[in-house]
Design a protein. Structure first.
Length: 208
C-alpha cells in the first residue's frame, strides 16, 4: 500500500503515525521510532503527537486508503459479471483421448468468477467389479441471466419504467375536490374572467 502524502510531517512523525495505524499501540510505536526507553515518557509524547492536526489527517488518509482498497470498484464488479455471462463449461473441462471430459482449472483459466461448483466422481466402467474406472465431472456455473440483469442495471441499459394510473374500470382517475377548493377556483376564474360552463351553478347561489 503506497503512503498518502501529508504536508508538514517529518520522517519520524510519518513512521510513528504509520506504525500506530498498523499496531494501534502509540506508546510502543513511539518507543521504537524515537528510541525512547521510558514508557511513561513515550506515552506522554505519543499522546501529544496524536493530538496534532497533521498526524490526525495522516491517520484519516491511511484509514480511507484501506477502505478504498478493500471495496471493489464499479469496473471490477462489471468485470466479474461479464465473466459470469461469458463463461462456458468448456472453460473448465478438457476432453481426454478416450472421450472422457475431465476438469481442467489452472491459473490461466478464463472466466473463473462464474465457477460456482465443480465435482468429480469415480465410477467403475462396465460391471461393478471392473478394474476400469471412469471419472464423471460436474461443473455448475453462476446464473447468466441474473448477471446480465445486474450488469444492465449498473450500466443504465434498461428504459425508464412508466407507471400509468387508471380509475374505475380502466377509466380516468377521478379527483374529488372539497367545497373550499371549488370556491377558491371559482373566485379565481371570476377575477380573471375565465368562468366557463364547467363551473358549478350551485356555488353561485347565496349561502352555498
Amino acid at each position: 500500500m503506497s503512503e498518502p502524502q501529508v504536508r508538514e510531517l517529518t520522517q519520524k512523525m510519518r513512521a510513528f503515525t504509520l506504525r500506530v495505524f498498523q499496531t494501534d499501540e502509540p506508546t510502543s510505536s513511539y518507543m521504537q521510532i524515537y528510541k525512547v526507553k521510558s514508557k511513561r515518557t513515550a506515552a506522554a509524547s505519543a499522546t501529544r503527537l496524536l493530538k496534532k492536526d497533521n498526524i490526525q489527517a495522516y491517520l484519516t488518509e491511511l484509514r480511507q486508503k484501506t477502505v478504498d482498497d478493500s471495496v471493489a470498484t464499479v469496473l471490477e464488479r462489471k468485470q466479474v459479471l461479464t465473466e459470469i455471462i461469458r463463461a462456458r463449461q468448456t472453460d473448465f473441462m478438457t476432453c481426454s483421448a478416450d472421450g472422457v471430459w475431465m476438469h481442467d482449472i489452472g491459473e490461466e483459466s478464463l472466466n473463473t468468477a462464474a465457477l460456482r461448483k465443480i465435482e468429480t466422481t469415480t465410477m467403475p466402467f462396465g460391471s461393478k467389479d471392473s478394474d476400469l474406472k471412469i471419472i464423471l465431472t460436474k461443473v455448475e456455473l453462476d446464473d447468466k441471466i441474473r448477471a446480465t440483469d445486474l450488469l444492465n442495471k449498473m450500466g443504465g441499459d434498461y428504459p425508464p419504467v412508466k407507471t400509468e394510473l387508471t380509475g374505475k374500470d380502466g377509466g380516468p382517475v377521478e379527483v374529488q375536490l372539497d367545497a373550499r377548493a371549488k370556491i377558491i377556483g371559482l373566485i379565481s376564474r371570476y377575477a380573471t374572467g375565465t368562468r366557463d360552463e364547467r363551473d358549478d351553478p350551485e356555488l353561485d347561489r347565496p349561502g352555498s
